[in-house]
Design a protein around this ligand. Structure first.
Ligand code: NAD
Length: 286
């Protein structure tokens, strides 16, 4: 018996990266999956976002594990779209047990130079989108009175400030605050709420030219290996990044009955980043 046998997990941002990895890890342990992703470009985001083909690949990979999945293109900024996906998922599987509010974007600029659009898109997706996801997907869990688990993807930037990421840090701190309130509001229904707070994760959000240039402004055409050399300095363990599956394993544990009385935790998956002295270097060159 898998650790998620009989459970249904609702996952946002599941076309690729950590969201896809969470879908596969939970499915490996027996979960049925309800997945959504925007699958479209966003103006203030300087790296390529996934397409419908990426979401279709997630579907295939889950089905290859002999698990069922309902996957839709939808925007976490749109509450009615979220409600539709929740309704479709429940009509297929009957209930939701686990919510992974994972969808998010990255962008960067100094706070006093940031365009309003960059600020607003970040807050709308990485903060308000998390609240809307939970508002839509947890309501039926409360109604069902069978408990459950909510795992919000924050970041180490939800626990310490990063220069040039004012909007991202504000949003990621914001979801930790949201988690702390929801812990109390949802505890009477035996619904647990935690965040995961990863350091750099090797996903397309990081594995792209814009990020390579950001971390290696000294090079004309920096490569992934060049960026890795700079990123390794952020973590206490001598690694440039964790893998998506490292975060998925933390999500799986928080979602499982093994963590049945764990609620209110902001769990670093950070290779010691937060304990490293002076571990918050600027992510933008002078
Ligand atoms: N990669 C890292 O270094 C890192 C570190 C800490 C936290 N995070 C967080 O992890 C989460 C997952 O990111 P990832 O690393 O897998 O990056 P990713 O870009 O591969 O995946 C993010 C997914 O979210 C989707 N998405 C974005 N806006 C959306 C919207 N409005 N509606 C629906 N879906 C939307 C994207 O299309 C994409 O598929 C994000 O919340 C991110 O902020 C990432």
């Amino acid at each position: 018996m898998g650790r998620m046998e009989g459970k249904v997990a609702f996952i946002t941002g599941a076309a690729r990266g950590q969201g896809r990895s969470h879908a596969l890890r939970l499915a490996q342990e027996g979960a049925e999956i309800i997945a959504l992703d925007l699958c479209q470009p966003i103006e203030s985001v300087p790296y390529p976002l996934p397409t419908g083909g990426d979401l279709a690949e997630t579907v295939k990979l889950v089905e290859d594990l002999d698990r069922r999945i309902v996957a839709r293109e939808a925007d976490v900024r749109d509450f009615s779209q979220l409600q539709s996906v929740v309704a479709e998922g429940i009509s297929e599987f009957g209930h939701i047990d686990v919510v992974c509010a994972n969808a998010g974007i990255g962008s960067w600029a100094p706070a006093l130079e940031m365009e309003e659009q960059m600020w607003q898109e970040m807050i709308d997706i990485n903060l308000t989108g998390v609240w809307k996801t939970i508002r839509a997907a947890v309501a039926p869990m409360v109604e069902r009175r069978q408990g459950g688990a909510v795992i919000i993807t924050s970041s180490v930037a939800g626990l310490v400030g990063f220069p040039n990421l004012s909007h991202y840090s504000a949003a990621k701190h914001g979801v930790v605050g949201l988690m702390r309130v929801l812990v109390q509001e949802l505890a009477p229904y035996m619904i647990r709420v935690n965040t995961v707070n990863p350091t750099t994760v090797d996903t397309p959000m990081v594995n792209n030219d814009a990020i390579f240039r950001l971390f290696r402004p000294d090079l004309e055409n920096p490569t992934r290996d060049d960026a890795a050399e700079a990123l390794v300095g952020l973590n206490a363990l001598p690694i440039p990044w964790v893998e998506a599956r490292d975060v998925s394993n933390a999500v799986l544990w928080l979602a499982s009955d093994e963590a049945r009385y764990i609620t209110g935790v902001a769990l670093p998956v950070d290779a010691g980043f937060l304990q490293k002295v002076g571990g918050t270097p600027s992510v933008l060159p002078e």
